[in-house]
Design a protein around this ligand. Sequence first.
Ligand SMILES: [Zn+2]
Length: 250
Amino acid sequence: MKLIAKMFLNGKIRALTGLHIGGSKTDVAIGDIDNCVIKTAEGIPYIPGSSLKGKVRSLLEKREGKELCNCSSCNICVIFGNMANKRLVETGPTRLIVRDCHMTEETRRKMENREGKFRNLDLTYTESKWENVIDRITSKAEHPRQTERVPQGAEFEFQMIFNIMEEQDVNRFEYLFLGLNLLEDDYLGGNGSRGYGRIAFEDLKIGIKTIADYEGSNEMHVLYTGSLKDFCLKEKDSFIKELQKKLGAE
Ligand SMILES: [Zn+2]
């Protein structure tokens, strides 16, 4: 099995509600907040590629009625890899790579300057919110604790790379969009039941580099720009057909 092409899915993730993707407590010491979000070495919150990938995977597993599939041969295992990191001899390498999603320059600048909706941030790039912890046995609210979160409106760049190794991978690539759509109606990170973690994929740009491109100009050919909704509603079917034709001719 050899690489035929790489698909690139670039765009932005916008936080429609506060976003809490937990970091470890020892990362950065911030006042009294005991429930921090994960941050880069510079102290800027980001969305780890593994969190995004894991969430999309688990939503697709739910869709298929599976739980933590590890068969290494179904579409989910081929796309996302299998848990044991077994080398997949028959099905080839994991198709999907998800990069860490860093905060956009614009969001950073607005936060640093306390512009618009970010004017009341209590920390440089985050806000803190008191959440009650409910005692599961008595159902009583107990010891409220402070949760750090990325505020609504923050934007992150995302990039996914999808390896096309064989014909069926075009359909697997299409299947990924089901996962993205499911995620928009679910949540990313913690505290989803409290309304945290609603996100939208925006400013989508889908491109391709074939092996011939890598050997030549190494330039990505952009095949679609626009919203995820428009893509799924109007473009996807013809896009996939075109792609199958193009790759069939490679
Ligand atoms: Zn599987």
